[in-house]
Ligand binder design. Structure first.
Ligand code: TTP
Ligand code: MG
Length: 406
């Protein structure tokens, strides 16, 4: 099917967020990454700093040598994540077919959207305008019939650019560009291609496929297709989480059953809370244990009916745990619980059951309080045990919950 793809990438993203916050930095050489007397590399450089030869990935000390008058900013990731979320929210207003690729970059499928905006070009102008008005940031946009060409177009149009490649013009647009402009060609591939006398994307597209395959295997074919402006990758909106899990590594291995139970209760409540937040129910529950010798096991149980209650998650987890503890005598280093096989809540029988309904209401009320006052605002019976040991016990246990796996 003939598609129209828009690729959007914010200009000098981290730096531009800093400039939007401190307008005195606008129009100046600015580097985000840290102080120049520290180790570390440039994360983002303003276009003024780039004119001195500064670029992302360069050691801060080298950037300082090239342009000592530049302003060096430490940067703040939460601030950029927040700007990124607002950027994505704006894009989602334009098309539900949205694929965020990184913090400052996304594809939109705009097929059929001409009539809404007059043209896709006008749609892109409107996107740029909203990003400027609401975030104070500049976006560069490429429009083309496929992802790879749209991405190259936005890159070439930077900064504050907008470039449309008409259907049928893909090959001629790409032909004179240096191979390094093709996404996926890193330093190593570039060196090999140049060694073969292939310096432009056009030359790459006319190189026999067999030659590319012999050098690059299966990815040779992809290179050839992209160089010819052929790319059937769809815009894929992010899929919902397939599972939700929480796990904890103890600072000291333990066999203490009540402590393990209390921890499992705490983790089950966190998993349950997130499950309800996503309006999902789970059919499978998996316990994960890592023993002192680092052997890691998982034990799963599939429920006859999907659940989103803390109690059922914990109850299933504890049964799996007890079975395992009678079998294995080693102390435990890590415990985790995962729910998977997620489904939309249906009109299940237990939802009609009065006690299940009460439990659900209770869980929702607890979630509301926790959302307002933080997770530790309420501790149910078993997690009370953890209160004294959170974050540290006299026994030396510390609890930390690593990032949830998705
Ligand atoms: P990019 O879009 O690659 O770079 P940019 O937005 O700074 O500049 P432009 O798009 O105008 O060329 O990356 C987006 C952000 O990701 C960037 O602002 C900082 C961060 N980043 C790093 O932290 N390290 C890196 O090596 C790169 C390339 C980016
Ligand atoms: Mg960018």
């Amino acid at each position: 099917m003939a598609r129209i793809i828009i690729h959007i990438d914010l200009d000098a993203f981290f730096v531009s967020v800093e400039q939007a916050e401190s307008p005195k930095l606008k129009g100046k050489p600015v580097v985000v990454g840290g102080r120049p007397d520290r180790r570390g590399v440039v994360a983002s450089a303003s276009y003024e700093a780039r004119s001195f030869g500064i670029h992302a990935g360069m050691p801060l000390a080298s950037a300082y040598r090239l342009c000592p008058q530049a302003t060096f900013v430490e940067g703040s990731f939460p601030k950029y994540r927040d700007a990124s979320q607002r950027f994505t929210t704006i894009l989602a207003d334009f098309s539900p077919y949205l694929e965020p690729v990184s913090l400052d970059e996304a594809y939109l499928d705009a097929t059929g959207f001409e009539s809404l905006y007059g043209s896709i070009h006008q749609m892109a102008v409107a996107i740029k305008q909203r990003i400027k008005d609401e975030l104070g940031l500049c976006a560069s946009i490429g429009i083309a019939s496929c992802k790879v060409v749209a991405k190259i177009a936005s890159d070439l149009s930077k900064p504050d650019g907008l470039l449309e490649v008409a259907r049928g013009d893909e090959r001629s647009f790409l032909s004179s560009l240096p191979i390094a402009k093709l996404p996926g060609i890193g330093k190593k591939t570039e060196r090999i291609l140049r060694g073969l006398g292939i310096n432009t994307i056009g030359k790459l597209s006319t190189t026999p496929l067999s030659a590319l395959k012999s050098h690059f295997g299966a990815s040779g074919e992809l290179l050839h297709r992209y160089a010819s402006g052929i790319d059937d990758r769809k815009v894929e909106p992010p899929s919902a989480a397939k599972s939700i899990s929480r796990e904890t590594t103890f600072s000291k291995d333990t066999k203490d059953r009540s402590f393990l139970q209390a921890t499992l209760r705490y983790l089950s409540e966190r998993v349950g809370s997130q499950l309800r937040q996503q309006d999902k129910q789970a059919k499978s529950i998996t316990l994960k244990l890592r023993y002192a010798d680092f052997t890691t096991i998982t034990r799963s149980h599939t429920l006859s009916q999907a659940t989103d209650t803390d109690h059922t998650i914990f109850d299933t987890g504890i049964k799996l745990l007890m079975k395992e503890l009678t079998r294995e005598k080693q102390p435990i280093r890590l415990i985790g619980i995962e729910v998977s096989n997620l489904v939309e809540p249906g009109r299940q029988l237990d939802m009609l059951d009065a006690s299940a309904q009460r439990l659900e209401q209770l869980n929702k009320a607890i979630d509301r309080i926790r959302n307002k006052y933080g997770f530790t605002a309420i501790q149910t019976g078993r997690t009370l045990l953890l209160k004294d040991i959170f974050p540290k016990t006299e026994k030396g246990y510390t609890l930390h919950t690593p990032s949830l796996s998705r």
